[in-house]
Design a protein around this ligand. Structure first.
Ligand SMILES: [Zn+2]
Ligand SMILES: [Zn+2]
Length: 278
């Protein structure tokens, strides 16, 4: 059984977890994990203009975001001496292809002493990323989009996920088909784009997460286990609870282990595979 959890969130500095880092770490230690990775959201894009009360963890200023992340790293560094469990510091990062974004992103990364990044995609988008929409906001704000636009932006969601994989910044990729929780990109028109993502994983040998939060929402993990067959053991898999509270830590890990066994999926992620993004 995997004895570490690398995809967890907490509540300090307006991140979206329900418990403090200290509470999460303590619970992971109690559960017998040898390592916990803390991976709060890194969402920075200059076109994200929300009032701070609406989406306080969405940043539109790279230098302010850097200050926030440095503060967070400091909080975690201070906790290291208080626990036996090993603490790794990472972020779950939303990636954008735009060249200017990547320049600012790399500049920010150089200032952040972190152990790893998880590559994640929570945004549908238009072709040049001048319009980006967090998939939660489809329901929350009900933006005026035609079905044709939503389909097109969902195709771009899949395309940008393939680019995210090929970018090489990430230790592993989070919840590949996350948009399915809102029934986006479900029918066969989207299949070729999903295959392109699998091909990107296979070619780059980028590790992938089996995210157990899906068991609570759609009765299966992310990605859909049918993709495990396609991957044929070619990339290392890491089981993630995507814990936003102490109750979520280690959720459905046994079920995930059984599932991997039933697919004969033996290529597993190890902590040595964590890498710094630059
Ligand atoms: Zn996520
Ligand atoms: Zn997450």
């Amino acid at each position: 059984m995997q004895n570490f959890t690398l995809h967890t969130h907490n509540s300090e500095l307006n991140f979206d977890g329900k418990n403090t880092a200290s509470e999460m770490i303590e619970k992971a230690q109690t559960l017998g994990f040898q390592t916990i990775g803390v991976s709060n959201h890194m969402i920075v894009n200059e076109i994200l203009n929300f009032p701070p009360t609406v989406e306080p963890m969405f940043h539109n200023d790279f230098s302010k975001a850097t200050q926030c992340y440095l503060k967070h790293i400091e909080i975690l560094e201070n906790l290291k001496s208080k626990f036996k469990i090993s603490i790794k510091i990472g972020f779950e990062c939303d990636f954008f292809e735009d060249k200017n974004w990547r320049n600012s992103f790399e500049k920010m990364l150089k200032q952040l002493p972190i152990d790893y990044l998880i590559g994640s995609n929570h945004f549908i988008r238009n072709d040049d990323e001048s319009y980006i929409l967090n998939i939660y906001h489809l329901k929350k704000f009900n933006p005026k989009l035609t079905q044709e636009q939503i389909d097109h932006y969902t195709i771009n969601y899949y395309k940008s996920t393939a680019s995210l994989i090929r970018s090489g910044y990430f230790s592993f990729i989070a919840h590949l088909d996350y948009c399915t929780i809102f029934n986006l990109g479900e029918d066969s028109r989207f299949d070729s784009y999903k295959i392109a993502i699998m091909d990107a994983l296979k070619e780059t040998k980028t590790p992938l997460e089996l995210n157990t939060s899906g068991f609570d929402r759609i009765n299966r993990p992310h990605p859909d286990p049918k993709y495990l067959k396609y991957l044929e053991n070619s990339v290392p898999l890491v089981i993630s609870d995507d814990a936003h509270s102490t109750d979520n830590l280690g959720r459905h890990f046994e079920k995930a282990e059984e599932l991997l066994k039933s697919y004969n999926y033996t290529n597993r992620f190890t902590l040595e595979m964590l890498k710094k993004p630059l």
